[in-house]
Ligand binder design. Structure first.
Ligand code: BV8
Length: 247
């Protein structure tokens, strides 16, 4: 593994534009269960891909609202881990950097990353289901889901559900970064959800080298200019930063 770290460090040292895609694995060591982890408690009997849809929300608005309220409370109690901080360090050291995340926990910004492209929204934000406009405050003690103060429609988490389009600006920024970077880091993602999963391979096809950081190489592409650093992101990413800039 040391030679792969050395190779990845050399790529990072020489890179002009580093693009990163993170998934739930980068937040696992902050105590946030990955999407495919068995869901705890009430949610153990639901499939997240079933619950995280507009249809589920319209069918059972209170259940879906409560699921996100519980996840939001749990996430708000979590802090960035060394992987988040190491990615913020890379951003400070390379000429050009774009961090794209599938995560909705806001931990990259909390760790000091400035350019965070949130492909799937942010659980800390709430918006009107009908008007698609973010609301700053909502009644936490009344009916669930709370009502939009402007139009009276139901409020929902400002996240992208399955079957919903990703925010146009975020997706275009992610595509542009994948097409123009010379090094693409994929950290803690199973590459199962599209269109996010296409980003590392877009970058590879455009000529970038890809470095994968994951606890397993399952589901990860292999081949020329693709390098896999196996291990927990909270250890591997800080190790890569130390190997790249040893001072
Ligand atoms: C769209 C917000 C156009 C909500 C999320 C059939 C086939 C193929 C595709 C589809 C299909 N049917 C529908 C689709 C499209 C669908 C999709 O991709 N479905 C998948 C399930 C097959 N995509 C969509 O619907 C997207 N929209 O395509 O619009 C359209 C419109 C209409 C109809 C069709 C298409 C919208 C997708 C966004 C969904 N919202 N999140 C919420 O969170 O509640 S996705 C959610 O799941 C996360 O945000 C994340 O993106 C994803 C989970 O993936 P990961 O982050 O990778 O997490 P995961 O748990 O899977 O893996 C963790 C990884 O970390 C593992 O590899 C593990 O080994 C590793 N790991 C663990 N610990 C560590 C670690 N690594 C390092 N260190 C550690 N410590």
């Amino acid at each position: 593994m040391t030679d792969v770290v050395g190779l990845a460090a050399a790529l990072l040292r020489e890179a002009r534009h580093v693009a990163v895609l993170t998934g739930a694995g980068v937040s696992a060591e902050s105590g946030i269960p990955t999407f495919r982890d068995a869901l705890s408690g009430l949610w153990a009997s639901y499939d997240p891909e079933e619950l995280a849809t507009p249809q589920a929300f319209l069918r059972q608005p209170e259940l879906v609202w409560d699921w996100y309220a519980e996840r939001r409370a749990a996430i708000t109690a979590c802090a960035p881990n060394p992987a988040h901080h190491a990615l913020a360090e890379i951003e400070r050291r390379v000429p050009r950097f774009t961090l794209v995340t599938q995560n909705i926990d806001g931990l990259h910004a909390a760790a000091g990353s400035a350019t965070v492209v949130e492909l799937h929204g942010n659980i800390r934000r709430v918006k009107c289901f009908d008007e698609d406009v973010v609301v700053e405050q909502w009644d936490t003690a009344g009916e669930r889901p709370p009502r939009c103060p402007r139009c009276g429609g139901m409020l929902r988490p400002d996240v992208v559900w399955f079957g919903e389009l990703l925010p146009e600006r975020a997706l275009r920024a992610a595509w542009a970064a994948a097409e123009s970077c010379d090094l693409f880091l994929s950290v803690g993602t199973s590459n199962l959800v599209v269109p996010a999963a296409s980003l590392p391979w877009m970058a590879h096809r455009a000529g970038a080298s890809v470095v994968v950081v994951n606890t397993t190489d399952e589901g990860q592409h292999k081949g020329d200019r693709i390098h896999c650093l196996l291990g927990p992101a909270g250890t591997v990413v800080p190790g890569l930063v130390r190997a790249t800039w040893p001072e």
